[in-house]
Design a protein around this ligand. Structure first.
Ligand SMILES: [Zn+2]
Length: 608
Protein backbone atom coordinates (compact mmCIF):
# COMPACT_ATOMS: atom_id res chain seq x y z
CA UNK A 1 0.00 0.00 0.00
CA UNK A 2 1.47 3.29 -1.15
CA UNK A 3 0.85 6.60 0.55
CA UNK A 4 1.32 10.22 -0.40
CA UNK A 5 4.18 10.58 2.07
CA UNK A 6 6.27 7.81 0.51
CA UNK A 7 9.56 8.99 -0.97
CA UNK A 8 9.57 9.07 -4.78
CA UNK A 9 12.40 6.52 -5.01
CA UNK A 10 10.59 4.08 -2.77
CA UNK A 11 7.40 4.40 -4.86
CA UNK A 12 9.32 4.02 -8.11
CA UNK A 13 11.00 0.83 -6.91
CA UNK A 14 7.75 -0.68 -5.64
CA UNK A 15 5.98 0.04 -8.91
CA UNK A 16 8.89 -1.41 -10.89
CA UNK A 17 8.70 -4.55 -8.81
CA UNK A 18 5.08 -5.06 -9.84
CA UNK A 19 6.08 -4.65 -13.49
CA UNK A 20 5.30 -1.02 -14.11
CA UNK A 21 7.83 0.90 -16.19
CA UNK A 22 8.77 4.12 -14.41
CA UNK A 23 10.55 7.32 -15.34
CA UNK A 24 11.60 10.49 -13.48
CA UNK A 25 9.56 13.63 -14.13
CA UNK A 26 9.99 17.36 -13.38
CA UNK A 27 8.92 18.54 -9.95
CA UNK A 28 7.51 21.97 -8.98
CA UNK A 29 8.76 24.43 -6.39
CA UNK A 30 6.31 25.84 -3.78
CA UNK A 31 5.21 28.49 -6.30
CA UNK A 32 4.32 25.81 -8.83
CA UNK A 33 7.26 26.68 -11.07
CA UNK A 34 9.67 24.12 -12.46
CA UNK A 35 12.23 23.19 -9.82
CA UNK A 36 14.17 20.71 -11.90
CA UNK A 37 17.42 21.59 -13.67
CA UNK A 38 15.75 21.57 -17.11
CA UNK A 39 13.98 24.88 -16.53
CA UNK A 40 10.58 23.97 -17.97
CA UNK A 41 7.90 26.53 -18.67
CA UNK A 42 5.11 26.80 -16.14
CA UNK A 43 2.64 24.77 -18.19
CA UNK A 44 4.98 21.78 -18.06
CA UNK A 45 6.22 22.16 -14.54
CA UNK A 46 5.79 18.92 -12.61
CA UNK A 47 4.86 17.07 -15.82
CA UNK A 48 7.76 17.08 -18.26
CA UNK A 49 10.03 14.01 -18.44
CA UNK A 50 13.62 14.25 -17.23
CA UNK A 51 14.83 11.55 -19.59
CA UNK A 52 15.52 12.33 -23.22
CA UNK A 53 12.94 10.02 -24.76
CA UNK A 54 10.24 10.31 -22.12
CA UNK A 55 8.25 7.07 -21.72
CA UNK A 56 10.58 5.25 -24.13
CA UNK A 57 13.27 5.46 -21.44
CA UNK A 58 11.01 4.11 -18.70
CA UNK A 59 12.31 1.00 -17.03
CA UNK A 60 11.79 -1.62 -14.33
CA UNK A 61 15.57 -1.88 -13.80
CA UNK A 62 16.33 -1.23 -10.14
CA UNK A 63 19.85 0.13 -10.71
CA UNK A 64 18.72 2.60 -13.36
CA UNK A 65 15.87 3.79 -11.14
CA UNK A 66 18.19 4.24 -8.16
CA UNK A 67 20.60 6.20 -10.38
CA UNK A 68 17.82 8.56 -11.52
CA UNK A 69 16.56 9.36 -8.04
CA UNK A 70 20.09 9.67 -6.72
CA UNK A 71 20.50 12.47 -9.25
CA UNK A 72 17.01 13.96 -8.76
CA UNK A 73 15.72 12.86 -5.30
CA UNK A 74 12.60 15.04 -5.58
CA UNK A 75 11.64 13.98 -9.10
CA UNK A 76 7.98 13.08 -9.60
CA UNK A 77 7.31 9.49 -10.62
CA UNK A 78 5.85 8.77 -14.05
CA UNK A 79 4.58 5.44 -15.37
CA UNK A 80 4.83 4.52 -19.04
CA UNK A 81 1.37 3.22 -19.94
CA UNK A 82 1.82 1.08 -23.04
CA UNK A 83 4.88 -0.83 -21.84
CA UNK A 84 3.29 -1.37 -18.42
CA UNK A 85 0.09 -2.65 -20.10
CA UNK A 86 -2.04 0.11 -18.60
CA UNK A 87 -4.78 2.43 -19.78
CA UNK A 88 -5.73 5.54 -17.82
CA UNK A 89 -8.97 7.48 -17.81
CA UNK A 90 -7.96 11.01 -16.97
CA UNK A 91 -10.79 13.29 -15.97
CA UNK A 92 -9.78 16.85 -15.43
CA UNK A 93 -13.16 18.37 -14.72
CA UNK A 94 -16.19 17.53 -12.65
CA UNK A 95 -18.17 17.22 -15.85
CA UNK A 96 -15.71 14.59 -17.12
CA UNK A 97 -15.87 12.57 -13.90
CA UNK A 98 -19.66 12.58 -13.96
CA UNK A 99 -19.80 11.55 -17.59
CA UNK A 100 -17.18 8.79 -17.12
CA UNK A 101 -19.08 7.50 -14.06
CA UNK A 102 -22.20 7.35 -16.17
CA UNK A 103 -20.37 5.28 -18.79
CA UNK A 104 -19.06 2.98 -16.06
CA UNK A 105 -16.01 3.30 -13.83
CA UNK A 106 -15.20 -0.07 -12.25
CA UNK A 107 -13.31 0.46 -8.94
CA UNK A 108 -9.58 0.27 -9.62
CA UNK A 109 -6.26 1.88 -8.75
CA UNK A 110 -6.67 5.61 -8.86
CA UNK A 111 -4.06 8.27 -9.42
CA UNK A 112 -5.05 11.06 -7.06
CA UNK A 113 -4.10 14.65 -7.89
CA UNK A 114 -6.01 17.80 -8.67
CA UNK A 115 -8.23 15.47 -10.68
CA UNK A 116 -8.28 11.68 -10.52
CA UNK A 117 -7.11 9.28 -13.20
CA UNK A 118 -8.48 5.73 -13.17
CA UNK A 119 -5.87 3.13 -14.10
CA UNK A 120 -6.87 -0.17 -15.71
CA UNK A 121 -5.14 -3.18 -17.15
CA UNK A 122 -5.13 -3.07 -20.92
CA UNK A 123 -6.31 -6.05 -22.96
CA UNK A 124 -3.95 -7.67 -25.43
CA UNK A 125 -5.70 -6.04 -28.36
CA UNK A 126 -6.04 -2.57 -26.85
CA UNK A 127 -4.89 -0.04 -29.46
CA UNK A 128 -1.88 1.83 -28.06
CA UNK A 129 -3.30 5.26 -28.74
CA UNK A 130 -1.66 8.06 -26.85
CA UNK A 131 -4.70 10.19 -26.29
CA UNK A 132 -8.39 10.07 -27.15
CA UNK A 133 -10.80 12.77 -26.10
CA UNK A 134 -14.03 11.06 -25.37
CA UNK A 135 -17.62 11.65 -24.38
CA UNK A 136 -20.20 14.28 -25.17
CA UNK A 137 -18.10 16.74 -23.21
CA UNK A 138 -15.02 15.66 -25.14
CA UNK A 139 -13.23 16.06 -21.81
CA UNK A 140 -12.66 12.45 -20.82
CA UNK A 141 -9.07 11.75 -21.78
CA UNK A 142 -8.30 8.12 -22.55
CA UNK A 143 -4.57 7.41 -22.42
CA UNK A 144 -3.15 4.13 -23.71
CA UNK A 145 0.32 5.36 -24.50
CA UNK A 146 2.72 7.99 -23.26
CA UNK A 147 3.06 8.30 -19.52
CA UNK A 148 1.09 9.35 -16.46
CA UNK A 149 2.54 11.15 -13.45
CA UNK A 150 1.54 8.94 -10.51
CA UNK A 151 3.46 10.22 -7.53
CA UNK A 152 4.95 13.46 -6.25
CA UNK A 153 3.74 17.02 -6.34
CA UNK A 154 1.36 18.79 -8.71
CA UNK A 155 2.18 22.39 -9.73
CA UNK A 156 -0.96 23.42 -7.81
CA UNK A 157 0.80 22.18 -4.66
CA UNK A 158 -1.41 19.11 -4.29
CA UNK A 159 0.04 15.71 -3.54
CA UNK A 160 -0.01 13.19 -6.36
CA UNK A 161 -0.28 9.58 -5.23
CA UNK A 162 -1.77 6.21 -6.06
CA UNK A 163 -4.74 4.93 -4.11
CA UNK A 164 -6.11 1.38 -4.07
CA UNK A 165 -4.35 -1.96 -4.42
CA UNK A 166 -6.52 -3.93 -6.82
CA UNK A 167 -6.27 -2.96 -10.43
CA UNK A 168 -9.29 -3.82 -12.60
CA UNK A 169 -9.59 -4.84 -16.21
CA UNK A 170 -10.32 -2.08 -18.73
CA UNK A 171 -14.08 -1.36 -18.95
CA UNK A 172 -15.51 -2.34 -22.37
CA UNK A 173 -16.63 1.20 -23.25
CA UNK A 174 -13.02 2.41 -23.01
CA UNK A 175 -11.81 -0.46 -25.14
CA UNK A 176 -14.53 0.27 -27.70
CA UNK A 177 -13.67 3.94 -27.67
CA UNK A 178 -10.01 3.23 -28.40
CA UNK A 179 -10.93 0.80 -31.19
CA UNK A 180 -13.35 3.26 -32.76
CA UNK A 181 -10.60 5.85 -32.69
CA UNK A 182 -8.39 3.60 -34.78
CA UNK A 183 -11.12 3.29 -37.38
CA UNK A 184 -11.89 6.96 -37.64
CA UNK A 185 -8.62 8.81 -37.63
CA UNK A 186 -10.12 12.18 -38.48
CA UNK A 187 -12.03 13.62 -35.60
CA UNK A 188 -14.08 16.76 -35.89
CA UNK A 189 -14.31 18.26 -32.44
CA UNK A 190 -17.86 18.80 -31.31
CA UNK A 191 -16.79 21.64 -29.08
CA UNK A 192 -18.19 24.85 -30.45
CA UNK A 193 -17.02 27.74 -28.33
CA UNK A 194 -13.35 27.72 -29.20
CA UNK A 195 -13.57 25.55 -32.29
CA UNK A 196 -11.14 26.24 -35.13
CA UNK A 197 -12.43 28.34 -38.06
CA UNK A 198 -11.80 25.49 -40.49
CA UNK A 199 -11.93 21.70 -40.16
CA UNK A 200 -8.45 20.72 -39.06
CA UNK A 201 -6.73 17.36 -39.30
CA UNK A 202 -6.56 15.30 -36.08
CA UNK A 203 -3.08 16.56 -35.26
CA UNK A 204 -4.06 20.09 -36.27
CA UNK A 205 -6.96 19.88 -33.80
CA UNK A 206 -4.61 18.66 -31.09
CA UNK A 207 -2.33 21.64 -31.63
CA UNK A 208 -5.34 23.94 -31.77
CA UNK A 209 -6.64 22.77 -28.38
CA UNK A 210 -3.18 22.71 -26.83
CA UNK A 211 -3.20 18.91 -26.57
CA UNK A 212 -0.09 18.71 -28.73
CA UNK A 213 2.84 21.02 -29.24
CA UNK A 214 6.30 21.19 -30.70
CA UNK A 215 8.98 19.94 -28.36
CA UNK A 216 11.88 22.35 -28.27
CA UNK A 217 14.30 19.50 -27.70
CA UNK A 218 13.85 17.87 -31.09
CA UNK A 219 11.34 20.09 -32.89
CA UNK A 220 8.73 17.34 -33.16
CA UNK A 221 5.03 17.61 -32.52
CA UNK A 222 3.84 15.35 -29.73
CA UNK A 223 1.15 15.12 -27.09
CA UNK A 224 1.48 17.85 -24.53
CA UNK A 225 2.19 15.36 -21.74
CA UNK A 226 5.24 14.18 -23.65
CA UNK A 227 6.64 17.61 -24.41
CA UNK A 228 9.58 18.52 -22.21
CA UNK A 229 9.49 22.19 -23.20
CA UNK A 230 7.12 23.80 -25.66
CA UNK A 231 8.71 25.61 -28.56
CA UNK A 232 5.98 28.21 -28.76
CA UNK A 233 6.91 29.94 -31.99
CA UNK A 234 7.37 26.61 -33.77
CA UNK A 235 4.06 25.36 -32.35
CA UNK A 236 2.27 28.43 -33.70
CA UNK A 237 4.03 27.94 -37.01
CA UNK A 238 2.84 24.33 -37.17
CA UNK A 239 -0.68 25.46 -36.35
CA UNK A 240 -0.39 27.99 -39.18
CA UNK A 241 0.55 25.17 -41.56
CA UNK A 242 -2.45 23.08 -40.46
CA UNK A 243 -4.79 26.05 -40.89
CA UNK A 244 -3.35 26.78 -44.30
CA UNK A 245 -3.71 23.16 -45.36
CA UNK A 246 -7.33 23.30 -44.25
CA UNK A 247 -7.81 26.24 -46.64
CA UNK A 248 -7.96 29.02 -44.08
CA UNK A 249 -7.46 32.41 -45.70
CA UNK A 250 -4.53 34.64 -44.82
CA UNK A 251 -6.51 36.83 -42.46
CA UNK A 252 -8.22 33.87 -40.85
CA UNK A 253 -4.80 32.43 -40.06
CA UNK A 254 -3.55 35.70 -38.58
CA UNK A 255 -6.63 36.05 -36.37
CA UNK A 256 -6.59 32.40 -35.34
CA UNK A 257 -2.90 32.49 -34.38
CA UNK A 258 -3.40 35.60 -32.30
CA UNK A 259 -6.39 34.06 -30.57
CA UNK A 260 -4.70 30.70 -29.90
CA UNK A 261 -1.44 32.26 -28.72
CA UNK A 262 -3.43 33.92 -25.99
CA UNK A 263 -5.97 31.15 -25.33
CA UNK A 264 -3.29 28.50 -24.92
CA UNK A 265 -1.21 30.72 -22.71
CA UNK A 266 1.82 30.67 -24.98
CA UNK A 267 1.73 34.47 -25.15
CA UNK A 268 4.58 34.29 -27.52
CA UNK A 269 3.75 37.41 -29.45
CA UNK A 270 0.63 38.81 -27.80
CA UNK A 271 2.52 41.77 -26.37
CA UNK A 272 3.47 42.88 -29.86
CA UNK A 273 0.63 45.10 -30.85
CA UNK A 274 1.25 44.97 -34.57
CA UNK A 275 0.76 41.20 -34.77
CA UNK A 276 3.80 41.14 -37.00
CA UNK A 277 4.70 37.60 -36.09
CA UNK A 278 1.26 36.25 -36.87
CA UNK A 279 1.46 37.95 -40.24
CA UNK A 280 4.92 36.51 -40.81
CA UNK A 281 3.69 33.02 -40.07
CA UNK A 282 0.56 33.43 -42.20
CA UNK A 283 2.73 34.76 -44.99
CA UNK A 284 5.10 31.82 -44.84
CA UNK A 285 2.51 29.08 -44.59
CA UNK A 286 0.36 30.64 -47.27
CA UNK A 287 3.10 30.61 -49.86
CA UNK A 288 2.43 27.27 -51.38
CA UNK A 289 -1.31 27.61 -51.62
CA UNK A 290 -3.47 30.58 -52.34
CA UNK A 291 -6.49 29.24 -50.54
CA UNK A 292 -8.76 29.97 -53.40
CA UNK A 293 -11.78 28.32 -51.83
CA UNK A 294 -11.79 30.68 -48.87
CA UNK A 295 -10.96 33.61 -51.14
CA UNK A 296 -14.11 32.75 -53.04
CA UNK A 297 -16.18 32.16 -49.91
CA UNK A 298 -15.11 35.09 -47.76
CA UNK A 299 -17.06 37.82 -49.52
CA UNK A 300 -17.34 40.92 -47.41
CA UNK A 301 -21.00 41.95 -47.34
CA UNK A 302 -22.26 44.79 -49.51
CA UNK A 303 -19.26 44.89 -51.79
CA UNK A 304 -19.25 47.58 -54.42
CA UNK A 305 -16.07 48.36 -56.27
CA UNK A 306 -15.28 51.99 -57.11
CA UNK A 307 -16.68 52.84 -60.54
CA UNK A 308 -16.73 55.94 -62.72
CA UNK A 309 -18.69 57.09 -65.72
CA UNK A 310 -16.28 57.40 -68.64
CA UNK A 311 -18.11 60.38 -70.09
CA UNK A 312 -17.77 62.23 -66.78
CA UNK A 313 -14.10 61.35 -66.64
CA UNK A 314 -13.59 62.81 -70.10
CA UNK A 315 -15.49 66.01 -69.31
CA UNK A 316 -13.53 66.46 -66.09
CA UNK A 317 -10.25 65.95 -67.91
CA UNK A 318 -11.20 68.43 -70.63
CA UNK A 319 -12.26 71.10 -68.15
CA UNK A 320 -9.02 70.71 -66.17
CA UNK A 321 -6.44 73.13 -67.61
CA UNK A 322 -3.49 71.21 -66.13
CA UNK A 323 -1.96 68.42 -68.19
CA UNK A 324 -3.62 65.02 -67.89
CA UNK A 325 -0.42 63.47 -66.61
CA UNK A 326 1.95 65.03 -64.13
CA UNK A 327 5.50 63.85 -64.47
CA UNK A 328 8.12 63.29 -61.81
CA UNK A 329 11.44 64.64 -63.06
CA UNK A 330 14.22 62.38 -64.27
CA UNK A 331 17.63 63.94 -63.60
CA UNK A 332 16.23 67.42 -64.12
CA UNK A 333 14.18 66.51 -67.20
CA UNK A 334 10.46 66.87 -66.83
CA UNK A 335 8.99 66.56 -70.29
CA UNK A 336 10.93 63.50 -71.35
CA UNK A 337 10.76 61.82 -67.93
CA UNK A 338 9.25 58.33 -68.00
CA UNK A 339 7.99 58.65 -64.41
CA UNK A 340 4.30 59.55 -64.13
CA UNK A 341 2.86 60.79 -60.86
CA UNK A 342 0.42 58.21 -59.47
CA UNK A 343 1.40 55.47 -61.93
CA UNK A 344 3.05 52.08 -61.40
CA UNK A 345 6.53 51.61 -62.85
CA UNK A 346 8.75 48.59 -63.23
CA UNK A 347 12.45 49.34 -63.53
CA UNK A 348 14.41 46.30 -64.58
CA UNK A 349 18.17 46.12 -64.86
CA UNK A 350 21.03 43.71 -64.70
CA UNK A 351 22.24 43.05 -61.19
CA UNK A 352 24.79 45.72 -60.24
CA UNK A 353 23.87 47.96 -63.18
CA UNK A 354 23.22 50.65 -60.62
CA UNK A 355 19.44 50.69 -60.34
CA UNK A 356 19.52 51.34 -56.60
CA UNK A 357 21.99 54.18 -57.16
CA UNK A 358 19.70 55.66 -59.82
CA UNK A 359 16.60 55.24 -57.65
CA UNK A 360 18.44 56.80 -54.75
CA UNK A 361 19.30 59.83 -56.89
CA UNK A 362 15.72 60.06 -58.21
CA UNK A 363 13.98 59.87 -54.83
CA UNK A 364 16.27 62.59 -53.54
CA UNK A 365 15.31 64.71 -56.54
CA UNK A 366 11.62 64.03 -55.94
CA UNK A 367 11.72 64.80 -52.24
CA UNK A 368 13.31 68.20 -52.90
CA UNK A 369 10.07 68.94 -54.80
CA UNK A 370 8.05 68.08 -51.71
CA UNK A 371 7.16 64.43 -52.39
CA UNK A 372 7.44 62.01 -49.49
CA UNK A 373 9.11 58.75 -50.37
CA UNK A 374 8.86 55.35 -48.69
CA UNK A 375 11.64 53.06 -49.88
CA UNK A 376 11.28 49.31 -49.18
CA UNK A 377 14.74 47.84 -49.26
CA UNK A 378 16.31 44.41 -48.93
CA UNK A 379 19.59 45.92 -47.86
CA UNK A 380 20.75 46.58 -44.33
CA UNK A 381 20.83 50.05 -42.82
CA UNK A 382 24.61 49.73 -42.67
CA UNK A 383 24.76 49.49 -46.47
CA UNK A 384 22.35 52.41 -46.69
CA UNK A 385 24.51 54.57 -44.47
CA UNK A 386 27.50 53.83 -46.68
CA UNK A 387 25.49 54.69 -49.80
CA UNK A 388 23.96 57.87 -48.40
CA UNK A 389 27.33 59.03 -47.18
CA UNK A 390 28.49 59.06 -50.81
CA UNK A 391 25.38 60.76 -52.22
CA UNK A 392 25.62 64.53 -52.36
CA UNK A 393 21.93 65.31 -52.00
CA UNK A 394 19.22 65.55 -49.34
CA UNK A 395 17.13 62.64 -48.06
CA UNK A 396 15.06 64.12 -45.26
CA UNK A 397 11.70 63.07 -46.72
CA UNK A 398 12.87 59.60 -47.68
CA UNK A 399 12.04 56.74 -45.29
CA UNK A 400 13.96 53.50 -45.75
CA UNK A 401 11.99 50.41 -44.72
CA UNK A 402 13.93 47.26 -43.90
CA UNK A 403 11.54 44.88 -45.64
CA UNK A 404 13.69 41.81 -46.06
CA UNK A 405 11.54 38.78 -45.23
CA UNK A 406 8.44 40.83 -44.45
CA UNK A 407 6.49 39.54 -47.44
CA UNK A 408 3.95 41.23 -49.63
CA UNK A 409 1.03 41.25 -47.20
CA UNK A 410 2.96 43.30 -44.69
CA UNK A 411 4.33 45.56 -47.40
CA UNK A 412 0.84 46.20 -48.77
CA UNK A 413 -0.48 46.84 -45.25
CA UNK A 414 2.37 49.25 -44.59
CA UNK A 415 1.68 51.12 -47.83
CA UNK A 416 -1.99 51.41 -46.86
CA UNK A 417 -1.05 53.08 -43.60
CA UNK A 418 1.64 55.38 -44.96
CA UNK A 419 1.13 58.94 -46.14
CA UNK A 420 3.98 58.78 -48.65
CA UNK A 421 3.58 60.00 -52.21
CA UNK A 422 6.10 57.66 -53.75
CA UNK A 423 6.61 53.98 -52.95
CA UNK A 424 9.78 52.22 -54.07
CA UNK A 425 10.07 48.43 -53.87
CA UNK A 426 13.73 47.46 -54.28
CA UNK A 427 13.58 44.74 -55.41
CA UNK A 428 10.74 42.53 -56.54
CA UNK A 429 12.35 39.78 -54.44
CA UNK A 430 10.72 41.43 -51.40
CA UNK A 431 7.36 40.14 -52.65
CA UNK A 432 8.66 36.60 -51.99
CA UNK A 433 7.16 34.84 -54.96
CA UNK A 434 7.78 31.16 -55.15
CA UNK A 435 8.01 31.14 -58.93
CA UNK A 436 8.82 34.29 -60.82
CA UNK A 437 7.94 32.63 -64.10
CA UNK A 438 4.38 31.90 -63.07
CA UNK A 439 2.19 34.70 -64.40
CA UNK A 440 -0.59 33.79 -62.01
CA UNK A 441 1.71 34.23 -59.04
CA UNK A 442 3.10 37.47 -60.40
CA UNK A 443 -0.44 38.73 -60.74
CA UNK A 444 -1.22 37.72 -57.14
CA UNK A 445 1.88 39.51 -55.88
CA UNK A 446 1.84 42.58 -58.07
CA UNK A 447 -1.84 43.46 -58.22
CA UNK A 448 -2.43 44.09 -54.48
CA UNK A 449 0.64 46.32 -54.50
CA UNK A 450 -0.46 48.33 -57.54
CA UNK A 451 -4.00 48.55 -56.12
CA UNK A 452 -2.78 49.72 -52.69
CA UNK A 453 -0.80 52.50 -54.33
CA UNK A 454 -3.57 53.47 -56.71
CA UNK A 455 -6.14 53.61 -53.89
CA UNK A 456 -4.17 56.38 -52.19
CA UNK A 457 -2.75 58.03 -55.33
CA UNK A 458 0.78 56.89 -54.69
CA UNK A 459 3.45 56.57 -57.33
CA UNK A 460 4.92 53.08 -57.38
CA UNK A 461 8.38 52.15 -58.61
CA UNK A 462 9.40 48.50 -58.45
CA UNK A 463 12.97 47.51 -59.16
CA UNK A 464 13.55 44.15 -60.79
CA UNK A 465 16.48 42.28 -62.21
CA UNK A 466 16.87 41.71 -65.92
CA UNK A 467 17.42 38.33 -67.37
CA UNK A 468 20.36 37.72 -69.67
CA UNK A 469 19.84 38.55 -73.30
CA UNK A 470 17.66 41.57 -72.70
CA UNK A 471 15.22 42.66 -75.33
CA UNK A 472 12.65 45.26 -76.18
CA UNK A 473 9.07 45.49 -75.08
CA UNK A 474 9.54 43.86 -71.72
CA UNK A 475 11.24 40.68 -72.81
CA UNK A 476 14.25 41.69 -70.76
CA UNK A 477 12.44 41.69 -67.44
CA UNK A 478 13.17 38.33 -65.84
CA UNK A 479 10.25 36.06 -65.18
CA UNK A 480 6.79 35.97 -66.67
CA UNK A 481 5.38 38.65 -68.95
CA UNK A 482 2.94 39.69 -66.25
CA UNK A 483 5.75 41.64 -64.57
CA UNK A 484 5.62 44.01 -67.48
CA UNK A 485 1.90 43.75 -68.07
CA UNK A 486 1.00 44.53 -64.48
CA UNK A 487 2.40 48.06 -64.46
CA UNK A 488 1.71 51.32 -66.30
CA UNK A 489 5.29 51.99 -67.35
CA UNK A 490 7.94 49.34 -67.95
CA UNK A 491 11.53 50.57 -68.00
CA UNK A 492 14.82 48.87 -68.67
CA UNK A 493 18.19 50.08 -67.59
CA UNK A 494 21.18 49.05 -69.70
CA UNK A 495 24.88 49.69 -69.90
CA UNK A 496 25.81 51.20 -73.26
CA UNK A 497 29.39 50.25 -74.12
CA UNK A 498 31.89 53.08 -73.66
CA UNK A 499 32.24 54.94 -71.41
CA UNK A 500 31.43 52.31 -68.77
CA UNK A 501 29.55 54.72 -66.51
CA UNK A 502 26.99 55.50 -69.23
CA UNK A 503 23.50 54.03 -69.06
CA UNK A 504 20.48 53.91 -71.30
CA UNK A 505 16.95 53.92 -69.94
CA UNK A 506 14.23 52.81 -72.30
CA UNK A 507 10.86 51.14 -72.19
CA UNK A 508 7.18 51.47 -72.87
CA UNK A 509 4.21 53.05 -71.20
CA UNK A 510 0.48 52.43 -71.48
CA UNK A 511 -0.27 55.80 -72.97
CA UNK A 512 3.05 57.41 -73.62
CA UNK A 513 6.21 56.39 -75.40
CA UNK A 514 9.38 56.44 -73.40
CA UNK A 515 12.27 57.93 -75.34
CA UNK A 516 15.66 56.24 -74.96
CA UNK A 517 17.34 58.36 -72.34
CA UNK A 518 21.06 58.47 -71.70
CA UNK A 519 22.67 59.42 -68.46
CA UNK A 520 26.04 59.12 -66.83
CA UNK A 521 27.24 58.67 -63.32
CA UNK A 522 30.39 60.67 -62.59
CA UNK A 523 33.15 59.54 -60.32
CA UNK A 524 31.98 61.94 -57.63
CA UNK A 525 28.68 60.06 -57.50
CA UNK A 526 26.61 62.68 -59.27
CA UNK A 527 24.35 61.80 -62.18
CA UNK A 528 23.97 63.77 -65.34
CA UNK A 529 21.38 63.57 -68.06
CA UNK A 530 23.03 63.28 -71.46
CA UNK A 531 20.15 63.32 -73.88
CA UNK A 532 18.41 60.88 -76.17
CA UNK A 533 20.14 57.89 -77.63
CA UNK A 534 19.07 58.71 -81.20
CA UNK A 535 21.40 61.69 -80.87
CA UNK A 536 24.22 59.15 -80.95
CA UNK A 537 23.22 57.52 -84.21
CA UNK A 538 26.16 57.65 -86.72
CA UNK A 539 24.23 60.11 -88.90
CA UNK A 540 23.72 62.47 -85.96
CA UNK A 541 27.40 62.24 -84.99
CA UNK A 542 28.42 62.93 -88.61
CA UNK A 543 26.20 66.02 -88.69
CA UNK A 544 27.78 67.32 -85.51
CA UNK A 545 31.33 66.51 -86.68
CA UNK A 546 30.67 68.40 -89.88
CA UNK A 547 30.06 71.49 -87.78
CA UNK A 548 33.30 71.24 -85.76
CA UNK A 549 35.77 70.07 -88.45
CA UNK A 550 38.04 72.84 -89.77
CA UNK A 551 40.78 73.10 -92.42
CA UNK A 552 43.39 72.37 -89.72
CA UNK A 553 44.13 68.80 -88.56
CA UNK A 554 42.70 67.97 -85.11
CA UNK A 555 42.96 64.76 -83.04
CA UNK A 556 39.97 62.45 -82.68
CA UNK A 557 39.66 63.27 -79.03
CA UNK A 558 39.86 67.01 -79.52
CA UNK A 559 37.00 66.79 -82.02
CA UNK A 560 35.02 64.58 -79.71
CA UNK A 561 35.30 67.01 -76.81
CA UNK A 562 33.74 69.87 -78.73
CA UNK A 563 30.72 67.82 -79.87
CA UNK A 564 27.43 68.73 -78.19
CA UNK A 565 25.92 66.46 -75.53
CA UNK A 566 25.29 63.58 -75.41
CA UNK A 567 28.92 63.12 -76.19
CA UNK A 568 29.69 60.01 -78.21
CA UNK A 569 32.55 57.73 -77.23
CA UNK A 570 36.00 57.92 -78.89
CA UNK A 571 35.24 54.66 -80.70
CA UNK A 572 32.00 56.00 -82.08
CA UNK A 573 33.70 59.23 -83.28
CA UNK A 574 36.62 57.32 -84.87
CA UNK A 575 34.27 55.05 -86.72
CA UNK A 576 32.19 57.91 -88.15
CA UNK A 577 35.33 59.91 -89.09
CA UNK A 578 36.74 56.89 -90.93
CA UNK A 579 33.54 56.50 -92.90
CA UNK A 580 33.64 60.23 -93.75
CA UNK A 581 37.26 59.81 -94.88
CA UNK A 582 36.28 56.89 -97.09
CA UNK A 583 33.61 59.10 -98.64
CA UNK A 584 36.36 61.74 -99.18
CA UNK A 585 34.58 64.44 -97.18
CA UNK A 586 37.36 64.23 -94.54
CA UNK A 587 41.16 63.81 -94.75
CA UNK A 588 43.17 61.81 -92.25
CA UNK A 589 46.77 62.20 -91.08
CA UNK A 590 48.48 59.78 -91.68
CA UNK A 591 46.24 59.12 -94.72
CA UNK A 592 43.96 56.13 -95.06
CA UNK A 593 46.28 54.63 -97.66
CA UNK A 594 48.85 54.01 -94.89
CA UNK A 595 46.46 51.57 -93.26
CA UNK A 596 45.33 51.41 -89.60
CA UNK A 597 47.71 50.96 -86.73
CA UNK A 598 46.37 50.02 -83.34
CA UNK A 599 46.95 52.76 -80.80
CA UNK A 600 47.95 55.33 -83.42
CA UNK A 601 46.82 58.91 -82.96
CA UNK A 602 44.98 60.20 -86.03
CA UNK A 603 44.22 63.76 -86.97
CA UNK A 604 41.40 64.89 -89.21
CA UNK A 605 40.39 67.93 -91.24
CA UNK A 606 37.71 68.95 -93.68
CA UNK A 607 38.59 67.80 -97.19
CA UNK A 608 39.92 70.59 -99.32
ZN1 LIG B 1 11.18 20.95 -14.76
Amino acid sequence: MLTASDLPLSVALQLAEQGWFVLPVCWPDPDGLCACPRGHIQKNSGKAPLTTHADKDATTDRAVIEGWWAEWPSANVGVALASSGLVAIDCDSLEAIQEASGLGLVPTVCRMSQWPAYIYLAKDDTPLIRLVHWGKSNKIDLLANGYLVVHGKHQSGREIYLEGDDIALLPPWVSNALHSKVETTVEIPEVANDAPPVVLSAIGGDIWYGRAAVDSEDGRVRAIEQVSAIDRSETLFQLGIKLSKANASYHTIVDALAERDEALGYDKYTDRKDELEYHRIAEKVGQSSYNLTSDIRDHPPEVRLPSYNAGDLKRQALSDPSPALTMLPFLGQLESSPFILGAAHLLSAYPKAGKTELLCRLVSEWCTLGYKVRYFSEESMRIWQARLKLANSEFDDVTIVDALGAGRHLIVADIGRSDSDVIVIDTMKLLMMENENDNGQINMALTPLVAACRASDKTLVIAHHTRKGGGLGGEAAAGGYQFFGGVDVGLELERVGQPTNRRKLHGQGRILDVPELLYERSNDGSFSFLGYSDQLAPQAIATHLDQVLTEDFQTTNKLRLVLPAPQPSTDQVSKVLREMAEEKSVERLPPLSKGNKPGATYKWRRAT
